[in-house]
Design a protein around this ligand. Structure first.
Ligand SMILES: NC(=O)C1=CN([C@@H]2O[C@H](COP(=O)(O)OP(=O)(O)OC[C@H]3O[C@@H](n4cnc5c(N)ncnc54)[C@H](O)[C@@H]3O)[C@@H](O)[C@H]2O)C=CC1
Ligand SMILES: Nc1nc(O)c(N)c(N[C@@H]2O[C@H](COP(=O)(O)O)[C@@H](O)[C@H]2O)n1
Length: 266
């Protein structure tokens, strides 16, 4: 039997039905609906090392990712992932034409990502199989003119945003910029810095839905781990950061997909 090409992934309707309660709904708080989604090992690890692209999702859960991408207006990653993976950041779901492609957004305050004509995201945008990326950089950073030319040449943009004293964007500002540009939903895929920050007590409340693929493998130490900053109560006692409610487990091949809505414990 012929293998599907990279642009003809399908996601079975019964699984799609199970996911439907977690898909973006109309936002009631003047910011994009934020879905946090990633694949992890049994030891809560995203990749073997920060610079090693690591396939965790099986074929069905990978199709789910492309289904989710086609249901979001934007897909966001940190510069670490952009540099390590040279990702495509488009949806290869069957029927996901250009009007259902998510806008790739990369948090790259210092303009480190070497986005050029050979980058997958640029190449796909040139072929009409994805959108040009929006790269968020800090004020005053000197971005190489050639990179700006390449990004703008495929309909993308470098967007300047202010940072705090640590050189970090406030997530509320990131979401505000996207909202003002008409982005109603964003799927955040990672990597470790991004995920751990969004799961930290400060930003936990910004996450509307979590969809995590759990693959039956252990990756060992030195990997990029999901382990957010701890939370303490008024007396300094350590408490859980938060949990998921409205939980649903969806088996996809050998992987388990955990869906839920985050809730910070009282
Ligand atoms: N299994 C999975 O689902 C995924 C795995 N990965 C893996 O994760 C690894 C990369 O993870 P990390 O090294 O943790 O990098 P990362 O992708 O989280 O990027 C970190 C960088 O993003 C920028 N950034 C993040 N938050 C920011 C903020 N609030 N303000 C300003 N800049 C911000 C900074 O430049 C920071 O150094 C790679 O190995 C990749 O393959 C990445 C995504 C998903
Ligand atoms: N869902 C999922 N499963 C895995 O096993 C992964 N390694 C990732 N990684 C994320 O997907 C990006 C690559 O996507 P493309 O297929 O190149 O578009 C990678 O950059 C991570 O964000 N995700």
């Amino acid at each position: 039997m012929a293998q599907p090409t990279s642009s003809t992934l399908t996601f079975p309707a019964p699984s799609a039905t199970l996911l439907s309660p977690y898909l973006p709904s109309t936002s009631s708080h003047n910011r994009p609906f934020l879905t946090l989604t990633y694949a992890t090992s049994l030891d809560a690890t995203l990749s073997l090392t920060p610079t090693t692209p690591t396939l965790l999702s099986g074929p069905l859960s990978k199709s789910m990712t492309h289904y989710l991408r086609a249901h979001h207006a934007a897909i966001l990653i940190g510069a670490g992932t952009a540099i390590a993976d040279d990702p495509s950041l488009n949806s290869r779901l069957e029927g996901a034409e250009i009007d259902r492609q998510p806008r790739p957004v990369v948090l790259d305050p210092r303009g480190r990502w070497a986005v050029g004509g050979g980058s997958k995201v640029v190449s796909l945008a040139r072929q009409g199989r994805g959108l040009g990326p929006w790269v968020m950089v800090m004020e005053g950073v000197d971005v190489d003119g050639e990179k700006v030319r390449v990004v703008e040449g495929v309909g993308g943009a470098y967007v300047t945003l202010s940072t705090n004293e640590d050189g970090r964007f406030d997530w509320k500002d990131v979401l505000d910029v996207l909202w003002k540009e008409g982005v109603t939903s964003v799927m955040v895929e990672g990597g470790g810095v991004v995920i751990n920050e969004l799961l930290s007590p400060r930003y936990f409340g910004l996450v509307d839905a979590v969809i995590v693929t759990i693959a039956p493998v252990w990756l060992g130490r030195e990997g990029v781990q999901v382990c957010p900053e701890e939370r303490r109560d008024g007396e300094g006692k350590k408490v859980a950061v938060g949990r998921l409610r409205d939980v649903r487990w969806v088996p996809l091949g050998e992987d388990g997909v955990l869906c839920g809505r985050p809730k910070m414990d009282e």
